[in-house]
Design a protein around this ligand. Structure first.
Ligand SMILES: [Zn+2]
Length: 283
């Protein structure tokens, strides 16, 4: 069923839980994620990568996700992830996305604010906006090992900017950089709880943790207590699906080119991962 992403996240936080968000490059994965959410009786967020939304086929995928979300028996929100191009934002919302991460985190501070303000003016009041303060190392779509000790620390969210940033952008959720990175962690990630706590006391809007793949479950569970209400997963989901496909491909090729059977394994792998993430973040 349709839901506002901010309401979904706030409601979960009131129960001590966070809502997982999963990058869906394709419909098979999205079906698996929604199936896992229905099994768990929990809401979920489908993320669409900006590179996906920048193509005509990607916009058709968003329209298909809209249909999937509306027909689900649990709340499902669809968010355009990490967008900085206004045309892509507008197209994605027109196609059915109900939330956008207006990401100016790589820009100077004032330009970051201006990007979010412009996104609000463009998209109107009904679209839920996430903004990002602090830089995340690594590539969202490809799992290069990112150096969580070096690069990410340089881009930690400056908690002194949080109040001003949230007030001036009007963002409804705030993505933070607290030692988390996109892609695979080269070593055990060290989340900066001191920075996260400092951020959490300066704003009431829910915080968002990107790059959760590889962060131990025990750490993620603690995050909800620091007002982290949305946790983004991408790399681990892809790792699981690709391993499953690699294992299953020869047998299914031999079994009369059984693509349908192979897709079933794809679905099971993604569904299992999404189910475990939902369980991990639920109190
Ligand atoms: Zn991200």
């Amino acid at each position: 069923m349709r839901t506002r992403l901010d309401h979904l996240v706030t409601t979960a936080l009131q129960q001590g839980s966070a809502v997982p968000a999963f990058t869906c490059y394709d419909f098979t994965t999205a079906l698996a994620v929604v199936g896992a959410a229905e099994d768990a009786g929990r809401g979920v967020i489908l993320l669409v990568a900006p590179k996906t939304a920048a193509t005509p086929n990607g916009l058709r995928l968003i329209a298909a996700l809209r249909g999937l979300a509306d027909a689900a028996c649990v709340p499902v929100a669809i968010q355009l992830d990490h967008a900085s191009d206004p045309d892509v934002m507008a197209d994605a919302v027109a196609a059915g996305a109900d939330s956008v991460l207006a990401d100016g985190s790589s820009l100077p501070y004032e330009d970051n604010i201006a990007l979010v303000v412009a996104a609000r003016a463009l998209l109107g009041a009904d679209v839920v906006l996430e903004a990002e303060l602090g830089g995340l190392a690594g590539d969202e779509d490809r799992a290069f090992g990112a150096d969580s000790a070096g690069v990410a620390v340089a881009g930690l969210t400056d908690s002194a900017q949080v109040e001003d940033f949230v007030a001036r952008t009007g963002a409804q959720l705030l993505a933070v950089a607290v030692g988390n990175v996109h892609g695979k962690y080269k070593r055990e990630p060290q989340l900066r709880w001191d920075v996260l706590q400092d951020i959490a006391v300066r704003t009431h809007i829910p915080l968002v943790l990107h790059g959760a793949s590889g962060i131990p479950a025990g750490e993620l569970v603690k995050a909800a207590a620091m007002n982290v209400g949305k946790v983004n997963f991408n790399t681990e989901l892809r790792t699981g699906v690709l391993s499953t496909l690699q294992e299953q491909l020869p047998g299914h090729r031999a079994d009369g080119e059984n693509l349908q059977g192979l897709l079933g394994h794809w679905n099971s792998s993604a569904r299992e991962f999404a189910g475990s993430a939902l369980g991990m973040l639920t109190r």
